[in-house]
Ligand binder design. Sequence first.
Ligand SMILES: *[C@@H]1O[C@H](CO)[C@@H](O)[C@H](O)[C@H]1NC(C)=O
Ligand SMILES: *[C@@H]1O[C@H](CO)[C@@H](O)[C@H](O)[C@H]1NC(C)=O
Length: 203
Amino acid sequence: MFLNRVILLVLVIIGTLENFSSAAKFKTTIFDDYVYGDCDNQPENVLNIKTAFDTSEFIIHNDVDNVTLSGNLTSRWDIQKTDRLEGIFQLHYLDHGSWQPTMYSIRLKNVCAVMYDKNQHWYKAWTSHIINIDEVKDNCVNVPGTKLIHEPFELVFIFDLRTPIDTNGLYRLFIAIAAYDESSRKRDTSICFTIRVQFEKID
Ligand SMILES: *[C@@H]1O[C@H](CO)[C@@H](O)[C@H](O)[C@H]1NC(C)=O
Ligand SMILES: *[C@@H]1O[C@H](CO)[C@@H](O)[C@H](O)[C@H]1NC(C)=O
């Protein structure tokens, strides 16, 4: 809680300072070898992408200029549809061999409520490319067997960053999702995964 306030305060201060300088647009690109990244030193009850989903029908296609994703991710996280999923999304950078958080971090109280929200970064980058949305949107990722069918897409996040980012640096998106039952008890299993990204300035 305290840490959240500090982060918020830092963001507010930075936001205020940044009104004096303009934002720059950056896009991220991904690496085919690092789509299924793990979180470091996690206990066994923390699932990664490959254990939370059946990825056998998911295709990572490395083109000359880009990495294209397609095919299916089938949820196998064995929790309940009525669970509330809480998520932490962070941008990390690699500093002398260890991953450090940047100030870019959000915490979502209810991931499923915004999974297909058109205003979210991940909608543009990911969930808008799920072609059977109508069938699966009520299942979020907490109904085992739910198959998310993807059209071919590039996982690209566009960020307006007001603080310059080192485009030579190595970054990763860190995503941790915990589930809570109807009595707000945390489930034994959770998900944590990372995706290595590189930033490119686009204007
Ligand atoms: C994805 O699932 C659909 C529907 O079940 C199936 O027709 C298609 O072949 C699957 N894609 C791959 C790459 O296996
Ligand atoms: C990425 O690759 C796909 C598939 O070959 C292609 O259609 C698309 O134009 C490429 N995108 C860019 C930005 O090069």
